[in-house]
Design a protein around this ligand. Structure first.
Ligand code: AMP
Ligand code: MN
Ligand code: MN
Ligand code: MN
Length: 286
């Protein structure tokens, strides 16, 4: 397999095991149909879909890297760390993710109580009807409920008006520590990657701290081309990757045919001068 920059790698997406609407198998089929050459399923705080994803990919002749996207609290904000190419049966990783998922149900009940105060009743029960994994109720499931009941026209309106800092339905939450998330991934033989760096609201100093601490703990990659970066943002983080000596990743962050702007594999190429995460993970590709 070609391991150069011009590989249709999609190393970030979500299934019903977290907040996506397609099963791991349906995602594998969609990735294959869209021309993806190397794929990873990266459910939030979960590796429960990895065996099905790998099996489906192998059946389709699609190269696969194991994946997850871990929620981390850093400098008072939520940061997502993607893990790729790890042993998905590693006990420390599984236990760490289990603890990271803990507290989601309680948070969801508090979100529901907060929404009730602005006249939106039954949001917890409503969100639950969209949940595929009882341990993983997320804001996305609430967003689907608010769209379905006509409170908002789409999920981006939900996040603009609700569920985000300062808005009704937002409940602050403490996720995993950066060093733990990186350690769970690298300890299981994988590579840690900073997800969608342009989506955080950090000052330049905080961003520098994030990257240097991430690297000090053993993190090696950063998403450059993602469904949530503009062309300009991709250019900016290509530069960041070069400056810090980070490997570059590419992934759609696809969640659902109805909600996601970027389909599986439908992304610009990684800029050619970058080292890709898949070059460094060549031995972990299945
Ligand atoms: P949670 O892990 O429960 O805090 O939910 C985070 C998820 O909400 C992300 O992974 C996205 O799927 C979704 N999300 C966050 N912000 C937005 C947004 N502005 N528009 C659409 N989806 C969003
Ligand atoms: Mn999500
Ligand atoms: Mn994310
Ligand atoms: Mn994601």
């Amino acid at each position: 397999m070609a391991v150069n920059a011009m590989l249709n790698a999609d190393l970030h997406c979500h299934s019903t095991v977290s907040d996506g609407t397609l099963s791991p198998q349906a995602l594998a089929e969609r990735a294959k149909a869209n021309g993806v050459e190397l794929w990873a399923l990266t459910d939030h705080d979960e590796v429960g879909g990895q065996s099905s994803a790998l099996q489906a990919a192998q059946h389709l002749g699609l190269k696969y890297l194991t994946g997850t996207e871990i929620s981390v609290t850093f400098a008072g904000q939520t940061v997502h760390i993607v893990g790729l190419g790890f042993d998905h049966q590693a006990p420390a990783l599984i236990e760490g993710l289990r603890r990271t998922r803990g507290g989601r149900s309680e948070r969801a009940r508090e979100m529901s109580a907060s929404l009730a105060k602005v006249g939106i009743a039954g949001a917890y029960e409503g969100a639950l009807t969209y949940v595929g994994n009882p341990e993983l109720i997320s804001r996305t499931h609430f967003a689907r409920f608010l769209v379905e009941t006509g409170v908002c026209k789409d999920t981006s309106e939900v996040f603009r008006k609700y569920l985000t800092e300062g808005k009704p339905g937002f409940v602050p939450h403490r996720w995993a520590r950066l060093q733990d998330a990186v350690q769970w991934i690298t300890g299981a033989g994988g590579m840690a990657v900073i997800a969608h760096p342009a989506r955080y609201h950090f000052s330049p100093t905080e961003e520098y701290a994030l990257i240097t601490e991430f690297m000090a703990h053993g993190g090696r990659g950063i998403e450059v081309v993602t469904g949530s970066h503009s062309a300009q943002e991709a250019q900016r983080y290509a530069q960041t990757a070069l400056e810090f000596g980070l490997a570059a990743s590419r992934g759609s962050d696809f969640h659902s045919p109805n909600e996601s702007h970027t389909d599986l594999g439908a992304l610009p190429w990684l800029p050619g001068q970058l080292t890709s995460v898949w070059e460094l993970l060549a031995k972990r590709i299945q």
